[in-house]
Design a protein around this ligand. Structure first.
Ligand code: 5AD
Ligand code: FES
Length: 357
C-alpha cells in the first residue's frame, strides 16, 4: 500500500485508494483537506459562485423512501409559487448580482408543468436581459422536454443519481416503474446530449450504504464525466419509510465528516468541476457549508424561496434558513464566505471549467 502522502499526489485513484482517503482520520484527514484546498485554488480558484435557489413547488409524483416531500407524505401542505413570486425571487437574484438561479421543484411531467417551466424560463431571461444563468432541477423528463427547456433558456441541469449502485438505489426507492435506476441514468445521458452542463450527486450516509459504495460513487461521477456535483449527508425525516432504519446509520456528526471527505476527495479526482456546498451540511453544522468551501467546494445556493413556503419544502429534518428572508441570508452569507477565506464571484455565471473545456 502506498503511503497516504503519496496517494494525495496522484492524478488518478484506484478504488482502494479512494477508500483510504474516505477513511482518513486525524492528521491524515487534515492532509487530505489541505491538498484539496490547494488543488481547488490552483484549478478553479478562490471564487464562490452563487445560485439563488427557488423551490417553486413541492408537488411531487415520486415517492422516494428518504424524502420529506414524497408523494405519500400527507402531512405536507402542497404549494405552487405564483409566477410573480418566482420572478420576484429571480429579480432579487439579478439585482443582487447573483450570477444564476436554480429552479427546483418536485418531479412532475404533465404537459401543463412542462409548459409552465418553459414560460418561466423565457420570463426570467427577459427580466434579466438574458443575464441570469438558469439551472433547472425538476427531475426526470423526456429528451424532448429537456431540449425544449434548453432552447428556452436553461443551460444547466441538476439531477442527483442518489446512489450509483443499482441495488442500493432500489433499496431506497419504491419498486415500480417510476423509480428505475436505468431511467435516471438515461435522463443524465439525455441531458448531456441536449447540451446542458450536467450536475449530479449522491446522498452520503444513508442506511445500507458502505464506504466502498461511496468510493464507487466517486468513480461513477468521474466515469460519466459530470460538470457539477452536489452531494450532502443523508438526514433522516420522521415521516418517511427510511426513518425506520435510523438506528442503523452513522451519527449525524460522522455523516457530516464523511460528506466533507467526499467533497475533498472529489476535488482531487475531478479538479476542474463545480462542487456545491450542500445545504444539508448546514442542517448538521451551522458553518457546514463554509467548511465545505474551505476544503474543495466552490458553489453556494442561497435560498430565495419565499419564506412562507420554506417549511413545506422540508426534504429532511432541521433544514436551515426557514425564516431568514433573502436579504438577511445574503448579508449573513457574505460574512461567512469571507471567514472561509473565499471571494464571491458577483455577476458571473461561474460555469464549470470542466464543461468549457
Ligand atoms: N437527506 C438528505 N438529502 C435529501 N434529499 C432528499 N431527501 C433527503 C434527505 N432525507 C436530497 C436528494 C435530492 C435533493 C433535492 O435532496 O439528494 O436529489
Ligand atoms: Fe441563510 Fe445565513 S445562510 S441566514
Amino acid at each position: 500500500m502506498k503511503p497516504f502522502s503519496e496517494i494525495l499526489k496522484n492524478q488518478e485513484f484506484t478504488r482502494a485508494e479512494l477508500v483510504q482517503l474516505l477513511s482518513s482520520e486525524g492528521d491524515e484527514r487534515q492532509q487530505l483537506f489541505q491538498r484539496a484546498q490547494t488543488v481547488k485554488l490552483e484549478t478553479v480558484g478562490n471564487k464562490v459562485y452563487f445560485r439563488g435557489l427557488v423551490e417553486f413547488s413541492n408537488i411531487c409524483a415520486k415517492d422516494c423512501l428518504y424524502c420529506g416531500i414524497r408523494k405519500s407524505n400527507e402531512k405536507v401542505i402542497r404549494y405552487e409559487a405564483t409566477d410573480d413570486e418566482i420572478l420576484e425571487a429571480c429579480r432579487f437574484a439579478w439585482v443582487n448580482r447573483f450570477g444564476s438561479v436554480v429552479l427546483q421543484s418536485g418531479e412532475l411531467s404533465s404537459p401543463a408543468f412542462v409548459k409552465r417551466v418553459d414560460l418561466l424560463l423565457r420570463k426570467i431571461k427577459e427580466l434579466s436581459s438574458g443575464e441570469l444563468g438558469i439551472t433547472l432541477s425538476c427531475g426526470e423528463q423526456t429528451i424532448e422536454t429537456y431540449r425544449q427547456w434548453r432552447k428556452s433558456g436553461a443551460h444547466r441541469y441538476l439531477l442527483r443519481i442518489e446512489s450509483s449502485n443499482p441495488e442500493l438505489y432500489r433499496k431506497i426507492h419504491p419498486e415500480n416503474e417510476f423509480h428505475r435506476f436505468d431511467r435516471r441514468l438515461q435522463a443524465l445521458k439525455d441531458l448531456k446530449t441536449t447540451g446542458y452542463q450536467v450536475g449530479t450527486g449522491v446522498m452520503i450516509g444513508f442506511p445500507f450504504q458502505t464506504i466502498d459504495d461511496l468510493a464507487d460513487d466517486l468513480l461513477f461521477l468521474k466515469q460519466i464525466d459530470v460538470d457539477m456535483v452536489g452531494m450532502g449527508p443523508y438526514i433522516e425525516h420522521e415521516d418517511t419509510p427510511l426513518y425506520e432504519f435510523r438506528n442503523r446509520i452513522k451519527t449525524k456528526q460522522e455523516r457530516f465528516d464523511l460528506a466533507l471527505k467526499m467533497v475533498a476527495t472529489l476535488r482531487l479526482l475531478m479538479p476542474d468541476i463545480n462542487i456545491a456546498a450542500a445545504t444539508a451540511l448546514q442542517a448538521i453544522d451551522p458553518s457546514g457549508r463554509e467548511k465545505a468551501l474551505t476544503i474543495g467546494a466552490n458553489i453556494l445556493m442561497p435560498n430565495l424561496t419565499p419564506c412562507d413556503y420554506r417549511k413545506e419544502y422540508q426534504l429532511y429534518e432541521d433544514k436551515p434558513c426557514l425564516d431568514e428572508d433573502a436579504e438577511l441570508c445574503r448579508n449573513c452569507l457574505e460574512a461567512r464566505i469571507e471567514l472561509a477565506g473565499c471571494e464571491i464571484g458577483y455577476g458571473e455565471w461561474g460555469d464549470s471549467k470542466h464543461y468549457l473545456k
